[in-house]
Write a protein that binds this ligand. Structure first.
Ligand code: ADP
Ligand code: MG
Length: 699
């Protein structure tokens, strides 16, 4: 690879602040900045001026088209390209882009899922520019990040509620900061999402219908080697993978994405990429782009990037860690312990707001990461359990304990914790304690939500997290604003909050059986194991009330989202089920039958030549394989019946329960016997590449 000038290429395809400042007039720039920083309304003249300069810039960078780039409820991004051309009287064209085309678009919305929000005859939805996320160029197209709504104003995307949730948190956090004497312009949440993925050879991929149709293998016996040697994690990166990562980084940097860390992950063929954190909506846009570009670049290297949560049984699946914090425009991280007693009291209050939010809205956090794919990971001892809890580490836990009990803190120096008066003991930012089993861990100056699946849009969990924390902060502000003595009210509030929500705090092993029992039986935490269990809680009264009170969702939007997510779950599993049937009937059974025939022929031929041969191998293999074909046939018929029954199962809640209770178990049963047959058959007879080939053929 040639030498790269990273600072020069970084952001070269982004209409970022540097470009705006250098190309827009002072007046236009200042006005746009106010819109970006303070959500000030954008007036038409300004939009016109911005559009015109954006077009010039885009044309200079080779763009021919523009698109409003949005995130419909499919979970991926959508774009419809329009060229800049406009006919001129002399028979030629000029390149045009008007302010109104920048601000608003009208894609035909009829084929995007809306969960009943928009009858298909009212096909028109509109997209609205999100000026807080920079426009960029991708594939010769100027992409304008937008929100997507129906004409009645309902959000048809993931970005709108995300922006609303950020506003809700901003509103409440500012109230709290004011009580501490800080007037800030805004509080924003920041996110750094670590992204895991698999890379496999494209030729192998294309030979596997399950990977092609569903993104995961539905069959496959374990190879002799999996991840047991721990030799892949942080191991030397193979040349083909390095070449991929280099090109990926370059592409991401050009788009202004802060790709920072890359390494091999636990499973063979598994890797991770982490960017430097940014404001949540930007991080969300960037993560969607990262996932898209990973797949594109992989193809150019003869590889396929798998973003499915569980592409291979028996080795770890892929997740995403959502590192989250809140910061002021003045650069103060509100989850960073401070240097003075007063700063520390403020830190503890924000910390408590998060603890309360996670406890009160465990179910929302759980369902925000619920998909058919992610169900395979959570609770399978490779990712956190489906039970949500908070890890604080020993030191911080001891401090909270001391506050709760009014007892001396048993740290380096003994001290009673009188907030706002005494200094909070310095505790080391706990970087050594890597409790990987916790779904929601405090890591020094941020929380890391680790339950996300690798293909999840990070919008979903951040909407819930922001909203829930906004609700805690609102309750806190309501109490403190009216207090006669702020300091003692603050101390009492922090104590109370710790007492009330300590059940959510857990520093132990989240993978253990004992935790499941304690969490559910003793602490009363919820354990929502599958999407079918979790998703209906979106419509629980307490959840709807909170989300509506903060104007994050309307009632109709909540109903639509519940429906779409459950539908997605059912459709995903339905496709998987049908793919299994297809593979078994068209390929596996005929392949086994072919091998049975050659075994039988060999045995009978050998016997005809000599009466002394026993043919133990041929006969015993033949007997078991023949038995297996009967079982496989029976199991595939059972699965077909279960899939057929889905069509008549009633509403979406009943259908998703049938998927969980009938279809998925039958799929697992079927797989077991096919995988056994694989182990008894020669590789040359087997119709699809083995796990060994899939996992170990990229060098
Ligand atoms: P690890 O793999 O040990 O969890 P990494 O360094 O790979 O840690 O990832 C940590 C992520 O957290 C990075 O994306 C980093 O930018 C992000 N991060 C750091 N500080 C903050 C913060 N204040 N808010 C949000 N994310 C943060
Ligand atoms: Mg992490």
């Amino acid at each position: 690879m040639e030498k790269q000038n990273v600072p020069e290429i970084f952001g070269s395809l982004v209409f970022d602040d540097r470009v705006m400042r250098s190309r827009l007039s002072d007046k236009v720039y200042q006005s746009l900045r106010r819109t970006i920083d303070e959500n000030a309304e954008l007036d038409e003249d300004i939009a016109e001026a911005v559009a015109s300069e954006m077009r010039n810039w885009a044309l200079e960078h080779g763009a021919t088209h523009y698109t409003h780039w949005f995130q419909p409820l499919t979970g991926i991004t959508a774009e419809k390209h329009d060229s800049f051309i406009s006919p001129s009287p002399d028979g030629g064209v000029i390149m045009e882009f008007a302010g109104k085309e920048l601000i608003k678009g009208e894609p035909d919305a009829s084929s995007f899922p809306s969960g009943g929000l928009r009858a298909t005859f009212e096909a028109r939805g509109y997209t609205a520019w999100d000026p807080t996320s920079y426009a960029f160029i991708k594939d010769h197209t100027l992409c304008i990040p937008t929100a997507f709504c129906s004409y009645s104003g309902d959000a048809l995307d993931k970005k709108t509620p995300l922006l609303r949730s950020m506003q809700a948190l901003n509103r409440q956090a500012k109230r709290i900061l004011k009580l501490f004497g800080h007037e800030v312009k805004n509080v924003r949440t920041s996110v750094g999402p670590e992204q895991e993925y698999f890379l496999i050879d494209r030729e192998m991929f294309e030979k596997r219908p399950d990977l092609v149709y569903t993104g995961r293998t539905l069959f496959g016996a374990m190879p002799p080697k999996g991840q047991e040697l721990d030799d892949h994690y942080f191991g030397v990166i193979k040349p083909r993978v390095i070449a991929f990562m280099e090109e990926l980084n370059t592409e991401l940097w050009k788009l202004g994405i802060l790709a920072k860390t890359e390494h091999n992950e636990v499973a063979p063929a598994q890797h991770e990429l982490a960017p430097i954190f940014s404001t949540t909506n930007v991080a969300t846009d960037n993560n969607q782009l990262t996932m898209e570009i990973m797949q594109k670049v992989a193809r150019r290297h003869g590889l396929v990037c798998l973003l499915h949560e569980k592409p291979f049984a028996g080795v770890n699946g892929s997740g995403k860690h959502n590192n989250w914090s809140m910061a002021t425009d003045t650069g103060v991280n509100l989850l960073s312990p401070g240097d003075t007693p007063y700063e520390n009291a403020q830190f503890l209050l924000f910390l408590c707001a998060v603890i309360q939010a996670v406890d009160d809205y465990q179910d929302l956090l759980r369902l925000s990461v619920a998909t058919a794919g992610n169900d395979h990971r959570l609770g399978a001892n490779e990712a956190p359990p489906a039970i949500i809890s908070v890890f604080l580490g020993d030191e911080l836990s001891a401090i909270l304990d001391a506050i709760k009990n009014d007892t001396p803190y048993q740290g380096k120096e003994k001290s009673v914790m009188k907030l706002g008066v005494d200094s909070l003991p310095k505790f080391s930012v706990d970087s050594t304690d890597r409790n990987r089993t916790s779904p929601f861990a405090f890591t020094g100056n941020k929380f890391e939500f680790r339950s996300l699946g690798s293909s999840n849009s990070i919008a979903c969990c951040n909407i819930m997290l922001n909203a829930a924390v906004a609700e805690s902060l609102k309750q806190f502000a309501d109490k403190l604003e009216g207090a006669a003595d702020f300091e003692s009210a603050l101390h009492a509030l922090i104590r109370e909050t710790i007492q009330k929500h300590e059940r959510i705090l857990f520093n132990g092993n989240g993978y253990g059986e004992a935790w499941v029992e304690e969490a559910v039986q003793v602490r009363g935490l919820s354990n929502l194991k599958t999407t079918a269990d979790a998703m209906p809680h979106l419509l629980d009264q307490k959840n709807m009330e909170m989300l509506m009170a903060h104007k994050v969702f309307t009632e109709a939007e909540l109903h639509s989202r519940c429906e779409i997510m459950l539908e997605n779950y059912c459709k995903t599993v339905n496709i998987e089920g049908h793919t299994m049937v297809d593979m078994v009937r068209k390929s596996y059974l005929p392949a086994i039958e072919g091998y049975l025939y050659s075994l039988a022929k060999a045995a009978s031929l050998m016997r005809s030549v000599s009466g002394n041969v026993r043919c133990n191998y041929e006969i015993s293999t033949m007997e078991r394989l023949s038995e297996l074909t009967d079982i496989i046939l029976e199991k595939v018929e059972c699965l077909e019946d279960a899939l057929e029954a889905l069509k008549h199962s009633g509403d979406i809640i009943a259908t998703s329960a049938a998927v969980r209770d009938e279809v998925l178990p039958k799929m697992e049963e079927l797989r077991k016997y096919v995988d056994e047959a694989e182990m008894l058959s020669p590789e040359s007879c087997w119709p699809f590449p083995s796990y060994g080939k899939l996992l170990f053929s990229v060098y």
